[in-house]
Write a protein that binds this ligand. Sequence first.
Ligand code: ADP
Ligand code: GLC
Length: 493
Amino acid sequence: MNVLFATPECAPYVKTGGLGDVSGALPAALAARGHDVRVLLPAYRGMKVSGELGDGIDLPASGPWPAAQLLPVKADNGVTLLLLACPALYQRAGGPYLDSSGRDYADNALRFGFLSRVAALLGTAGSPIEGWQADIVHANDWPCALAPLYLAHARKQDTHRPVAASVLTIHNIAFQGVFELAQADRLDIPGPWRGIEGVEFWGQLSMLKGGLQFAQAITTVSPTYAQEIQTPAFGAGLDGVLRSRADRLTGILNGIDTAVWNPASDPLLPHRYTADDLSGKARNKATLQAQCGLSPDPNAMVFGLVSRLTPQKGIDLVLQALPALLQSGSQLALLGSGDAQLQQRLLEAAAHAPRAASVTLGFNETLAHLIEAGSDCFLMPSRFEPCGLNQMYSQAYGTPPVVGGTGGLVDSVVDATLDPVGGSGFVMRSADGEGFAEALARARAAWTRPAEWRRIQGNGMRRDFGWTASAGRYEQVYAEAVERARPRSYPTA
Ligand code: ADP
Ligand code: GLC
């Protein structure tokens, strides 16, 4: 199949979270199965991309849309990147979504509406790439979510020529791309689809809702989250829409890129190691303690955490648990960035215990790998977690995680108390301070029993978290989507 994978971020070029990791790995896993996969991504400022650069393709201005260029780059992993170059929209100081002071860019509707629109063009007859049209447009999260709507419109306009089927993946339903309904003109949304059957969401325009209405298939990044988002508690207002589309919603657990996240070959680690010889892990722990200014004590249990600092991630629970954790002689190595208030509270907490708690603010890939490798136990008490990747990285690195009992965390961590033979981590029994303290206590007790701990470590390290199985599931979903696109199945205007 010709697959166009549209995404606002893609590791290693630009990443703010797990979507970047998934976009860096899943297309390659699909390409390895014989598909022609091209990744559409904005050309942001300062992005370094290596590979063979093809001729730029001009996209002329049309209707409300600006002129732009597509720059094809053949990457080493078998995937072609299509960089969407439109300097007025994407060449800016700041990140993909936020300016340097942390505010949403005022024109995000246009910036990502345009990304969606170009994705749709590549799936429509007369695609700007000569001789190549997508069979599948795989749109990721709200920034690409209007692509299914534009494709549905193209299908309606021209019933004689093929139009790509669309698959929309929800990586986090908390982010929906909600703007004023008045943006509908600027985004070229057909009149009849501006209402409740289309993008309208409580008087506003929701890009994610628009995509959910028109996609031939909807996926999310774990089976448990697929169930959760159909309930009011987790659906962020879209649970009703999702229940009405339940027949086309599938949960597929993310994999991890084992070329990047493997303790036996990780180039970012000072010491590499395997499940059979963990001596390198002990040396990484010493390096981590030194680098973070923690007491160089091999007998102190080090808890690691790498995260966006947002309420989603249960960072308040970590703050709450910290005094008791330090009291028990354990240490904390935390890396994160995000919410200003959480950052401040973490810094203050660490200042009280400089040799036992270390808080590093910012985005630091190298330190993230060292924390995964050098900690004894990883913390991820998320209140909700669509999939989560760090709990898989930490299991692969022999760093059993303590995780919230939600979403992809329950789908990827086997609780060592419930399954003493096969367990690879500790799942919280309630999503509150008590549940976290109880799971921490179980982890600490297990750590004091070396044989038991080594079994838990080994169980995690020997699990296969690679992408192969999940890439196969996406392939099935693509085939179903193509099938559904055949008889036309979108609301009539
Ligand atoms: P989410 O996408 O919700 O942030 P995931 O667990 O799926 O959560 O993915 C987070 C990814 O971002 C992981 O690769 C993690 O290591 C990385 N990450 C998060 N915060 C930082 C940071 N401050 N520095 C480096 N990497 C980070
Ligand atoms: C989102 C989710 C995270 C998931 C990632 C990749 O950022 O918060 O749980 O792992 O997307 O799918």
